[in-house]
Design a protein around this ligand. Structure first.
Ligand SMILES: *Cc1c(COP(=O)(O)O)cnc(C)c1O
Length: 364
């Protein structure tokens, strides 16, 4: 006897249609470039940067948002006409709002009232609702209220490491592996990424093991961030010892998706160094990228300097995480830097000297 109700059947029809919409979006999308950069100071090291800013919603969170919607749909948690909610004031909210519009769903971003007005405008332009919470520590509660009223929580911090298919399915690690396959050093010495949700490092770390590669995974973390502190002590209760101005990484607490065991090294980078790194990337590539891409660049240069010291050649791969236009009023604005007491000049000089081969390492 068929006990499926007509409502349940209609729901499966909608769900199949939604999955088709996501598959079509994936098919229309090109893979992101793996840009190769050569620095005169490192003749034996090939640097590669994967341009995740090139996604339609502007950051590596495009991959995560697609995975979170797929995960919600395939778990039968997301239904026609349902409100979608997540706690994010950054690139995740923008990518989740982008996919909500594609699927004809209403998205609410729960965020601190202190969020930059430019971001709120960008989200509203995508049709999202911004639920502003005065007390930033209450965003979790506010999301729970939306979910209690029937919304589907995408839960980036809870689900980032499991929503992505780490064995393949064009995840970022498989894509890098394929793009390197005809390079001289097809198996890089290092892959460097940040940890915000921890989803990217979890996916890359698992994939490296799965493919039996020797490549090390290095997390580039703002100085004193919770991932760094927690990783050194294998302590999931660790807290950040200082806040960071770099967006997307450097969490205050060890998030549920931070996997310590797949990470081989952590490089801590001061905010001024990260921002100088973003400025240097603009000089080298002609494009602006966010602060976390600068963090990655500095960590890459430290690893490359250590390789050079022991006469090791090879490849280092990292990510350009998001578009820098979002930071025109912050890290690319001298007045904002001055207001935060950040002097880029010594870092700009030392990073430049390092890539040109006039200094042994990137730190001043
Ligand atoms: C989220 C984010 C990261 C870190 O990626 P996760 O996979 O969440 O750890 C780095 N940079 C930016 C700009 C981000 O938005």
């Amino acid at each position: 006897m068929n006990t499926t109700s007509s409502a349940a059947r209609a729901d499966r029809v909608w769900s199949r249609q939604a999955l088709l919409v996501l598959e079509r979006e994936a098919l229309r999308s090109a893979d992101t470039h793996l840009l190769r950069l050569d620095f005169p100071g490192f003749p034996d090291v090939a640097f590669y940067f994967k341009d995740e800013a090139a996604h339609p919603s502007g950051s590596l969170k495009h991959r995560l948002a697609r995975s979170l919607y797929l995960y919600a749909l395939c778990n039968g948690r997301l239904h026609e006409g349902q409100e979608v909610v997540d706690a994010s004031s950054g690139s995740t909210a923008i990518s989740e709002a982008w996919f909500a519009r594609l699927l004809g769903l209403h998205f609410t971003a729960v965020m601190p009232a202190s969020t930059a007005p430019g971001k709120i405008r960008e989200l509203r332009a995508l049709g999202a609702h911004c639920d502003l919470v005065e007390d930033a520590s209450r965003t979790r509660e506010r999301v729970a209220e939306h979910v209690a009223r029937g919304a589907c929580g995408l839960d980036q911090f809870g689900l980032a490491e499991r929503a992505t298919d780490w064995r393949g399915n064009n995840n970022i690690a498989e894509s890098i592996h394929r793009q390197l396959s005809r390079e001289t050093h097809s198996e890089p010495a290092w892959i460097v990424c940040g940890a915000g949700t921890g989803g990217t490092s979890a996916t890359i770390g698992r994939y490296l093991r799965y493919r039996r590669l020797e490549t090390g995974l290095c997390v580039a973390e703002p100085t004193g961030g919770a991932f760094a502190t927690g990783w050194h002590r294998r302590d999931r209760q660790a807290c950040a010892s200082q806040p960071t101005l770099v967006e997307g990484i450097g969490r205050a607490r060890v998030e549920p998706c931070f996997l310590f065991d797949v990470v081989d090294a952590v490089e801590e980078v001061d905010d001024a160094a990260s921002f100088a790194g973003a400025w240097l990337l603009r000089e080298i590539t002609g494009y602006r990228y966010g602060g976390s891409s600068g963090t990655n660049l500095v960590a890459c240069l430290r690893l490359a300097a250590a390789m050079r010291e022991v006469g090791q050649g090879g490849a280092i791969v990292s990510l350009l995480c998001d578009r820098g236009e979002r930071y025109d009023d912050t890290l690319f604005a001298p007045a904002w830097l001055a207001a935060h007491g950040i002097d880029l000049a010594p870092w700009c000089a030392s990073l430049r000297a390092c890539i040109d081969g006039h200094a042994p390492h990137p730190d001043p």
